[in-house]
Design a protein around this ligand. Structure first.
Ligand SMILES: [Zn+2]
Ligand SMILES: [Zn+2]
Length: 332
């Protein structure tokens, strides 16, 4: 099918070898079946989870013996630092990564995150970071998916992708500029335990933010210290709670309003509803006084105060996390 002189690798083995040469391999990290911990660092040599005592290895269903050397759960981590280094090794990509520094919107309209308030905030707060346009600004996206879109299968996998916003808008979300960083195995969704799986990735992100790494830039033929910042996360509403550590259900389900969320429990329907939308209207809006048009009340309250990053950090700083699926969750 392919022309004689094609240079495509002949086998999967060859592809793997090729990727290894470019240092674009991935790490297999064993995990506890109940999501308590990863078998790395201090847990590296263990054969069972230090918390829930489940075996690190697969257990045969028939005779309950452990199948040695067949891990029960594997997290796949695609290290980000060598990949970023590679990006600056290609002249074309290195040039594209600088697009944001020369394409600021002139008419006040947002065409790219470079025109956003968040981008400005970073420039303002960490001017030394902003001074180096080659530093990366990233977005993290986490979502579950079924293999081969087989929705009949209950087995699902979770992927964590990284978007590099230094690229022009038409490249940011192209498959080849987005980076797959983690593949979290199912069958159950990790829920709040996603933090356990994010560890190796967060460690690399922290290194990139705090110290940076020395990278060779092909465009200028020189080395520089590359740093990176995570601007935001992109996810559905439920994982938003897991990733950002806020409520996404119950009385305080609105992550923006927080404890000021306007919620009512319907005793007959047995569910929480979120009312009080008229709070967000202008003070003199006619809807505010039309009690019969709405729920029989006049609305006098103003919009609730939005929690700042500091407020949120303060509110969550003392939360003690207890990773791993509890007995009850395991059965579900
Ligand atoms: Zn465990
Ligand atoms: Zn709200």
């Amino acid at each position: 099918m392919l022309p004689q002189e094609n240079i495509l690798p002949k086998s999967l083995q060859e592809v793997k070898k090729l990727l290894k040469e470019y240092e674009l391999h991935y790490e297999k990290i064993h995990a506890c079946v109940n999501d308590c911990c990863l078998f790395r660092k201090e847990n590296e040599a263990l054969d069972a989870c230090p918390k829930c005592k489940s075996s690190r290895w697969k257990v045969s269903e028939s005779n309950k013996e452990t199948k040695k050397r067949i891990p029960a759960k594997i997290l796949r981590y695609f290290p980000i630092i060598p990949r970023f280094k590679r990006m600056y090794g290609s002249l074309e990509i290195a040039k594209n990564l600088l697009w944001h520094s020369s394409h600021l919107s002139q008419d006040g309209k947002i065409r790219h995150p470079v025109d956003s308030i968040a981008w400005d905030l970073v420039n303002h707060k960490w001017p030394e970071f902003a001074l180096e346009p080659r530093n990366l600004r990233l977005g993290l996206s986490a979502d579950g998916f079924n293999h081969f879109r087989d929705f009949s299968s209950p087995y699902s996998c979770w992927s964590v992708m990284l978007v590099t916003y230094n690229f022009p808008p038409w490249l940011c979300f192209k498959e080849d500029s987005m980076m797959l960083t983690l593949l979290i195995p199912g069958p159950k969704q990790p829920g709040n335990d996603i933090d356990v799986y994010l560890q190796p990735f967060i460690e690399d992100l922290m290194k990139l933010w705090k110290d940076g790494v020395v990278v060779f830039d092909t465009a200028t033929q020189s080395i520089f210290n590359l740093r990176a910042i995570l601007l935001w996360t992109i996810n559905d509403f439920a994982p938003y709670g897991n990733l950002a550590g806020c409520f996404t259900k119950g009385n305080f389900a609105c992550p923006i309003c927080g404890v000021n969320t306007c919620s009512t429990w319907l005793t007959s329907s047995k569910k929480t509803v979120y009312m009080g939308h008229r709070r967000f209207l202008e003070r003199d809006h006619i809807f505010r006084d039309k009690s019969t048009w709405f729920d029989g009340t006049c609305e006098e309250r103003g919009r609730p105060e939005v929690m700042t990053g500091y407020d949120v950090a303060n509110a969550v700083k003392n939360i003690k996390n207890d990773w791993g699926k509890k007995e009850k969750e395991r059965e579900m």
